[in-house]
Structure formats: structure tokens, C-alpha cells
Ligand binder design. Sequence first.
Ligand SMILES: [Zn+2]
Ligand SMILES: [Zn+2]
Length: 285
Amino acid sequence: MSNYLSTAKADHLFDELKPIFRSILIDHNRHQFKKAQELINALQEFIKELKATISEDPNLLNDIWVLNCFIQLIDAYGRTWEKITANQFVSSWDYLQSCFDLIRAIKKFSKINVQFFEQQLLALEKLYPYNVFFSVGMVVEYFECSICGHHIDSPNCIHLPGNLYSGEMAKSIGKNIMQIDHIAMTHNPHDKRCVVKYNDTDEAFNAVSYLATLLTSNKFQISDFTGLEISKVQSLKPEYKNYGRNKICLCGSNKKFKNCCITKAFIETDHIKILATHRPIELAI
Ligand SMILES: [Zn+2]
Ligand SMILES: [Zn+2]
């Protein structure tokens, strides 16, 4: 019985690599992102060489594909935090989305536990100002299979898009775009990279920028960030701050404020509490 992957050999390999994954995460906690990167490069080189030695076993090749996804996840995870602690919030978003793509792939093809990453990153995602996304719909002539090159729905192609075949994922590639059909705005698109971009210094990034400050001033470590507590708070609109209840209302009605706009003078805002608790790195992997 294997624990995480479909072959015992890959399982064993994953166990052997765990100490390296952990030391990469410790480097991230120390903000030594370059050092972490060197270890990741070495791991990727190792996987490449390993793949070259296996040609027969399709299950093992699929497992190696998943292991490679896991290495890419650690990589994208580190880059996300590297960008955040450097106040480069716009580019951190794209790495964060890569993390989610990789988490989905790992969960689909293995039992590797990625809960630590998923929970933390979902909380992190909520700190960003993005909630409307653009999604482009287009009409294409046909879809081609990335593995065999045939039309994806022809009898010549036996591959299902999104499945693994000897360590390669079958994808359907849209060929010959005929026209852009529509551009939709949506709250929950497949790809969240298409967003209205802000500048890194925009106050829309206040929440994630505050988190960056906590990390760079060593209030806690990256792996200690566990989630958020979001509550609604009522606060007076700026123009009514310290405004006397018996004064004539600002709206021009000639009535007293307390008998007029007082109920409309409040706005509801999110109050976000960042949660962190010290936890051992073994919890992640
Ligand atoms: Zn095919
Ligand atoms: Zn009024």
C-alpha cells in the first residue's frame, strides 16, 4: 500500500526528499529566498535526470510528474512570499495563483497532504483587493490533443484532457481562433490572473502590505501565518466624524442630524485580524 503516490518507489522517494523540502521552508522563514532557490534548482535537476532513467513504467512516470508539481509548488510558494516581503504585491498575486493551480493538480493525482499550503494561501488570497476578474470567451476552429496531435474528439485520439499519460498531462489546445465571442466579468473564474492591476503602492494593498510589515519586522515567521478573522465594523463617514447630533444635517434638509441622516451616516467596513501561531515546519510536510 502506498501512502501518497501510486507506486511504492515514488512514495519512498517523497519520504527521502522531505528533509530537503523542510529545509527549503526554513530558508523561506528566514527570508533566505536565494538559498532556497538553489536547493529547488538542484531538486529539479535531480528529477530531470531521474526521468531520463525511467522509460517503461507509466505509473512511476505519472508519480514523478506529481513530485515535480510538488517541487514547483514549494518554488511558487517561496516566490509568493519573496515578492510580498519585497512589497511587490502585483507580481506576488501571479505566483499565488500558480500555487493554487499546482495544489489542484497534486490533489487530483495523489494523496500528498497539501492542506497546510492550501489553508494558508486561501487566507492570504483574501487580503488582496481583487474580486472581479475578466474572462475571455472565443470561438476556435477545433481542439487538438497535446499528446497525439489529433482532433481531441476524433476516434484517433484516445486521450482525455486533464489526465496523465506516462508523466504527461493531456491538454486540448484551441486551434485557429475565429473570433472573440465575449469578455465576461466574473467573481469566480478558472484563471484569476486577468485582473484590474493596481500599483504596488496603492492603498488597495494595505492589508497584504501590513502582513508584509509583520513578516519583515520578524513579528512572526511565514509558516506561522494561519489565517484571518474577518468581522464587520460600523464606522461614521468621515464628514460626520465628531458631528453634533443636534446640529443641522449636512444634507441640506434643515432638520437636525439626529432626526435626519444619522442612520445613513455609517458605513460598514471589514475589520481583518491576521492570525499567527508558532508551529513546527513538520506540520507542512
Ligand atoms: Zn490524443
Ligand atoms: Zn440629512
